[in-house]
Design a protein around this ligand. Structure first.
Ligand code: PLP
Length: 369
């Protein structure tokens, strides 16, 4: 019998949690408080503790988190923000939507921004660096922090894929002025709809972000600056409070699957290594594969679903055309885009399913593909 391995299985997780989730949802319905309130405050408190920060502010999405964070730091028209060429489109959109210019930098084989290429990209207009902890693997925060301090730049972490990750023992989200997390259903800690959160080290910045997510209102009737409606939804916060209780267990389960993939697939495809100072959370498990597209088709025939994160680098997106980049500008990113393949990884993935993924990849390269 062929075992099917879907790329995601959100239905399985919700089914397991359903009694807890329904109780939390019911409490919100019965309370009648649908905007902000206790559930949001509770979630913020727990999330701040998780990220080792004095404050967290619930936001409507990871993208809104990036936009509001850069605006709160006074970044906009005429400014430049450095960010990797290899990421989800929202990393660049977060910059562009403030009026600032995204300045791309190439990545290393670990898919994260190459710290050696940051300084050459700095100009008198540069205001901030946005490292992305892609796949849940921490970026080189020691070197990035050193450059930012020396050059007087802010750091806003795009931690959308890195809930619970750590670098040198310290939680991701606690390195920059602000850490931006997505709680989209497909992220490691996912709501049942769109959601996000920012972690902040400075209380006045936290206050500014609390106002910024809520029309720029300081109190009910006083608007200090035009802003968006970007609040974390109360129902989603109630759901996240339930899920947060399971996060550590899920992270352990994902790291176990990652270790199994790494052991079994090393030498067959390029597997993500783990440096001693890194604690990755494997939002995705991305391998580098020869004949990638043939491998993906072969796996699909065997019932193993896989994805490509991401097939088109940011500087080659249609939206980036006004920035004037060309093919060839970021050779590592462009090469990786042809090699990378994300294998199924989620806490509910059964051992037999993981073995089916491994068997599929190894038999492809053993010449049976
Ligand atoms: C998901 C994601 C975002 C955007 O988060 P949303 O909640 O979907 O708006 C930003 N950056 C990265 C790297 C992401 O993976």
């Amino acid at each position: 019998m062929r075992l099917s391995v879907p790329f995601v299985a959100l239905d399985v997780q919700q089914r397991l949690l359903k009694p807890e989730l329904m109780a939390a949802v019911e409490a919100v319905l019965d309370g009648g408080q649908f905007i902000l309130g206790q559930e949001v405050a509770d979630f913020e408190k727990s999330f701040a503790a998780l990220a080792g920060c004095p404050a967290a502010v619930g936001i409507a999405s990871g993208t809104c988190a990036l936009v509001l964070s850069l605006r709160a730091l006074g970044i906009g028209q005429g400014d430049e923000v450095i960010t990797p060429a290899n990421s989800f489109v929202a990393s660049a959109a977060g910059v562009a939507l403030t009026g600032a210019r995204p300045v791309f930098v190439d990545v290393r084989e670990d898919l994260n921004i190459d710290p050696a290429l940051i300084e050459p990209a700095i100009t008198p207009r540069t205001r901030a660096i946005i490292p992305v902890h892609l796949t849940g693997r921490p970026a080189a925060m020691d070197r990035i922090g050193e450059i930012a301090t020396r050059r007087g730049l802010a750091v806003v972490e795009d931690a959308a894929q890195a809930v619970g990750a750590r670098f040198a023992g310290r939680p991701i989200g606690s390195f920059g002025e602000i850490g931006c997390f997505s709680l989209h259903p497909l992220k490691n800690l996912g709501a049942c709809g769109d959601a996000g959160v920012v972690t902040v080290r400075d209380e006045s910045l936290a206050r500014a972000l609390r106002n910024a997510r809520n029309h720029g209102l300081r109190d009910r009737d006083t608007c200090e600056a035009w802003s968006y409606n970007c609040r974390l939804d109360t129902l989603q916060a109630a759901i996240l409070n339930v899920k947060l209780r399971h996060l550590e267990r899920w992270t352990i389960a994902k790291r176990r699957i990652a270790a199994r993939y790494r052991d079994a697939l090393a030498g067959v495809v390029g597997v993500p290594d783990e440096r001693p100072d890194e604690f990755g959370v494997y939002q995705t498990f991305v391998v580098r594969a020869e004949r990638r597209d043939d491998l993906q088709r072969y796996l699909a025939q065997r019932g193993v679903d896989s994805r490509i994160h991401y097939p088109l680098p940011l500087h080659l997106q249609e939206a980036a055309r006004p920035l004037g980049y060309r093919k060839g500008d970021f050779p590592v990113t462009e090469r990786l885009a042809t090699e990378i393949l994300s294998l199924p990884i989620y806490p509910e993935l059964a051992d037999a399913q993981a073995e089916a993924v491994i068997a599929g990849v190894t038999s492809f390269y053993a010449g049976r593909g």
